[in-house]
Design a protein around this ligand. Sequence first.
Ligand SMILES: Nc1ncnc2c1ncn2[C@@H]1O[C@H](COP(=O)(O)OP(=O)(O)OP(=O)(O)O)[C@@H](O)[C@H]1O
Length: 486
Amino acid sequence: MDNITGLNILLVDDEPHILRSLSRALRSEQYHIHTAESGPAALEILANESIDVVVTDKNMPEMTGNELLAIIADQYPDTIRIMLTAFTEQAALIDAINQGKVWGYMQKPWDNDNLRITIEQALQTKMLIAERNMLRASLKRYKREHRSQFQRFIGSSLAMQVVYKCIDKAAPSRANVFITGPSGTGKELAAEAIHNLSPRHNKDLICINCAAIPSELMESEIFGHVKGAFSGATNNRDGAATLADGGTLFLDEIGEMDMALQAKILRFIQTGTFQRVGSGKVETVDVRFVCATNRNPLEAIEQQLLREDLFYRLNVIAIDMPALSDRDQDPLQIALFYLNKFSEIENKLFVGFSKRAEQLILNYAWPGNVRQLENLIHSAVVMSDGPMVSEETLMQQLHLKPNEDLFRAKNVASAKNTLPTTTADTTLNGNASPMINSIVPLSEVERIAIEQALLVCEDNVVKAAGLLEVSPSTLYRKIQKWEPSP
Ligand SMILES: Nc1ncnc2c1ncn2[C@@H]1O[C@H](COP(=O)(O)OP(=O)(O)OP(=O)(O)O)[C@@H](O)[C@H]1O
């Protein structure tokens, strides 16, 4: 056991000679010893010093040891409490221990060695408790910082931790948020999370998809209209601006909105006021704006699809949703989540994916991102039987050919574009019937396969060897053979 020194011990007894001999017994251990001749005097010391252990007599005139330790248990729960007691007082002592007021006891007359051992054990316990609390706190912090679920998001990748943190920070503020990212990456989910975590969550989140509504109806959709404003406007109608009053307005695909309306939106954001179509009356609302686009906003500005002034007004907080293929193990976590969900909905029993199916999920490029993965899992659940989803089922649903697995990996598109197209590509794909002049030497086929694997695995030989199902040393040997000899 480590020797513990430099800690504060408070000894309490109404008899000064007992305090003296207790102090003497502990002095050699180099503890900081404090003494008090009564309960109230002890409490005064506790108010000014951080005391690690209190050793108190039980029978004292002003305040009993039991009363003193009960107060300390309440006000200083981390202080270890030891009672000095006569043999005849066992029952009351056990009662105090059971109530959690007393950590341990010493019998009078005490043995000095026993006293030191008891105190050392008490301090070790205190340190263990402090260590456990620290570990719990850091585990809690770790869990808070490495979430595998956040609002309706699934995924623990680093890329998503950045998104979660950004949403956490942005949500409570009034600041407008501009969300970018490819289609199906969860931009709408992010808008929903921002609204749900904001003080506006009791009011509505109104979502408008600017790409889905014809431009001539868009102004009325956002600002509403009065009866007779245009043919077909048979009644007054509230728009999204009114419905989102006190809440959040999410404008998805903002780059698809026509430029004239973008100017009106800019004015609405700046002033909080608007006019319904066909009305001269100015209305005021309190709306927070979240917008999204799957275009590059700066390119959209250049192409005159997005007003620059509107973009900068909206882009107070920018959130960029990462492509699914940039999210480490998330595709598998999301796939399992949707497997459970759709198994329940479709009343089927699925427990997981085969090893090869898992590899496919982790290596596939997911051009349609999470939406594509979600739909794939739904169709796999509907079209096959459990308990495991096989690689063949996924390949079928993805319309991949059985021997196309070399091309399923991430960066496959770039791999195909970068590598010189050789006749070997077509024969490997099985897309062309082999002709005499299309046959390439086996060593060349092997080299192309290795180069593709290295490209896909960003030159990580171990990963590439895994994909090629050979050992890394075999792969190193083959690569070395290509090197020109020095
Ligand atoms: N991390 C995630 N975990 C679980 N489901 C997700 C996740 N991200 C997105 N989804 C689901 O994927 C689907 C597409 O998400 P969402 O509509 O938010 O994407 P988007 O980026 O707004 O797409 P688009 O640009 O096409 O409008 C939704 O069903 C959503 O619930």
